[in-house]
Design a protein around this ligand. Structure first.
Ligand code: FES
Length: 94
């Protein structure tokens, strides 16, 4: 499952994950409001923080990010999920 928290760490949604889709696509399909613009890892609009489950996230599921990220940050438009058997907790930033 993917647990989504807002900028004040309140849980806003829990959604099942799909290892074939980017995180942003899964969030959008589940009606989680998240900023996005380029869909290629360039703009940073879709950035989220990872609270837990970092090892289950593939950073370059589609492409590489265009600028360095802190270890807890991901671009959801280019990130995916490795393993369907554990939990990832994300915090939206914007
Ligand atoms: S939408 Fe631009 S980096 Fe993800």
């Amino acid at each position: 499952m993917i647990v989504i928290k807002n900028s004040t760490w309140e849980i806003i949604k829990t959604i099942p994950w799909d290892t074939k889709k980017t995180l942003l696509k899964q969030l959008n399909e589940s009606w989680v409001e998240i900023s996005s613009a380029c869909f290629t890892g360039i703009c940073g609009a879709c950035m989220c923080r990872v609270e837990s489950g970092r090892d289950n996230i593939i950073d370059n599921f589609r492409w590489e990010a265009w600028f360095p990220l802190a270890p807890e940050e991901i671009m959801t438009c280019i990130s995916g999920i490795k393993d369907e058997n554990s939990e990832v907790v994300l915090q939206t930033i914007y």
